[in-house]
Design a protein around this ligand. Structure first.
Ligand code: CLF
Ligand code: SF4
Length: 522
């Protein structure tokens, strides 16, 4: 159902058309930030820290890379592909590919039995001590495969009690599984909710399989949304932190996601993760084959911004594979094939893991304190906002060479603050030590809405091409904390405008990278 028209023929959303809805979503919450979800203070989002959250919630999220934006710089997750079947059909999914709810299209390398899965988790945990979360996210639906899913959790709890358990589901079977979820201490659940209106839903879901029969059309969407809302409410009542994933499908559910945000906040969702549809003909999905496109970077941002004040937003999702291993944004799954695991000497050492994580925590807190100190006194009011792209390999600093970046982090800077709003994946500019000039246009496209790119270093050729595209290459803040660097650059930018040296101009849109992607491990 196309929901609005904008001037440009390729655009479905206009900022103006969202303002009324945004105002409605931004009404003050009735209650404070409760222990059972994110309803309440707008600061209780994935970027929240110990000062913003009740201690029991902070304990649950502080080392979960998806539930805490800060944690994702330090802690890793892994998925085990034990759940091949699904009980619904989404128009953006092809069963030969990973579940589009939680992963990029691309075949799962190996489906696992629960026993194989647990062996793999222990092998990864022994080599990657910062791996703190095991998620079951497909390649089908975790709860459409309850025996395999819960057997994996049961076995793992016995062998590795420190690993947090997480699952992702379309929600159809959820209300029937709440007791099992709680029995195995799964305290993080993701539900993919793309609509709360069956009229919208019938354009996304051709059928569901429910109570031993196949149901199609609007009736299928009605049952699905009722089950999703009921399941979310039941999880909230049991104190399970629930994140909602929504796939933004331009012209189908873009404006409608604001209503989804409001509905899930009312039922206690902790986070809302609005992700772009990834749709290419070669994926073989209904949407891919019928030409349904995904959103541009600005279309995604407009919807996310319109939801500000509602359920808290996650903006650092990497739409990872159903067998992903490692930090978000990297994939080390190739290092842990069944063949390799068979040959590994697996030594799961809980004390060593704890000791490592204590060190990470101390380092993280030191970084946090240093950053706060660096930021003190930086804020200044401004009437303009700009986006900056940042090349970073971690520790919250501008510390990566332009040519080595496989993604850029995007910050919105207004003078008063620099806020992380997402990332853009790109192909490496440097290939085997040489700059690959063919890659530059795609990198420029990916950050084309940014005024500058902050890097540790950059070569002459990309510097020139970026400048020609109107994106200022900046290496003056190498190794500075990102926020401090962003605010300093912005102060300089405003000074140049004030002196008449430059003129402030709005930027255009940027493209979200489509197609299968496996980022190299750092
Ligand atoms: Fe996996 Fe999902 Fe758990 Fe994270 S992923 S089951 S909550 S451990 Fe994370 Fe991956 Fe985004 Fe999912 S980056 S796709 S939000
Ligand atoms: Fe595919 Fe996941 Fe949708 Fe099932 S729930 S059809 S596996 S995207």
């Amino acid at each position: 159902m196309p929901v609005s028209t904008a001037a440009a023929s390729t655009s479905y959303l206009s900022l103006g058309s969202l303002k009324a809805r945004r105002a409605a979503v931004s009404e003050p919450a009735a209650s404070g930030c409760g222990s059972q979800g994110g309803a309440g203070r707008a600061s209780c989002g994935s970027s929240s820290g110990p000062d913003d959250l009740p201690p029991e919630i902070w304990e649950k999220v502080k080392n979960h890379p998806c539930y805490s934006e800060e944690a994702h710089h330090h802690y890793a997750r892994m998925h085990v592909a034990v759940a091949p079947a699904c009980n619904i059909q989404c128009n953006y999914c092809n069963r030969k590919y990973d579940c589009s709810n939680e992963s990029r299209p691309g075949v799962v390398s190996q489906k696992l039995t629960p026993e194989q899965a647990v062996r793999k988790v222990l092998a990864v945990a022994s080599e990657i001590p910062q791996m703190t979360v095991l998620g079951i996210a497909g390649p089908g639906d975790a709860l459409a495969n309850p025996k395999k899913t819960f057997e994996t959790f049961r076995l793992l709890q016995e062998r590795a009690p420190d690993i947090k358990l997480c699952l992702s589901t379309n929600g159809l079977a959820l209300p029937d599984m709440i007791d099992e979820i709680c029995k195995y201490n799964v305290d993080h659940v993701t539900i993919t909710i793309n609509m709360v209106d069956p009229v919208v839903g019938e354009a996304i879901y051709p059928w569901i399989f429910y109570r031993h029969r196949r149901v199609t059309g609007r009736e299928a969407a009605r049952i699905l949304t009722e089950r999703q809302m009921l399941g979310l409410q039941m999880l909230t009542e049991r104190g399970v932190l629930t994140k909602i994933n929504s796939v933004l499908i331009p012209g189908v559910n873009d404006e409608h996601l604001i209503e989804v945000n409001r509905a899930v906040k009312a039922r206690g969702a902790f986070l809302h993760n609005i992700m772009p549809l990834i749709s290419e003909p070669e994926h073989g999905t209904y949407f891919g084959l019928t030409g349904q496109r995904g959103p541009s970077a600005q279309e995604l941002k407009v919807v996310q911004d319109a939801c500000a004040g509602g359920a808290n937003l996650m903006r650092h999702c990497r739409q990872c594979r159903a067998d992903a291993v490692g930090l978000l944004g990297e994939d080390r799954s190739d290092e842990f094939t069944l063949e390799r695991i068979e040959q590994m000497d697996v030594a799961y050492d809980l004390d060593r893991r704890r000791e490592y994580q204590h060190r990470v925590e101390a380092e993280r807190q030191a970084q946090h304190a240093a950053k706060q100190q660096a930021l003190a006194g930086q804020a200044a009011a401004s009437d303009i906002k700009v986006l900056l792209a940042v090349a970073t390999k971690g520790n919250g600093r501008v510390n990566q060479h332009f040519g080595h970046a496989h993604e850029f982090q995007i910050y919105e800077v207004s003078g008063a603050q620099a806020t992380f709003i997402g990332h853009r994946r790109v192909d490496h500019y440097c290939q085997g030590g040489w700059g690959e000039d063919d890659q530059l246009p795609s990198i420029v496209n990916a950050i084309n809405d940014c005024h500058a790119v902050l890097v540790a270093r950059i070569g002459a050729c990309p510097r020139e091409e970026l400048a020609q595209a109107g994106i200022e290459p900046v290496d003056a803040y190498a190794n500075e904390f990102i926020e401090k660097a962003a605010l300093a650059w912005f102060g300089d930018y405003r000074a140049r405008i004030a002196s008449g040296a430059i003129e402030h101009r709005a930027r255009g849109d940027a493209a979200i990278r489509q197609g299968a992607f496996k980022a190299a491990a750092a």
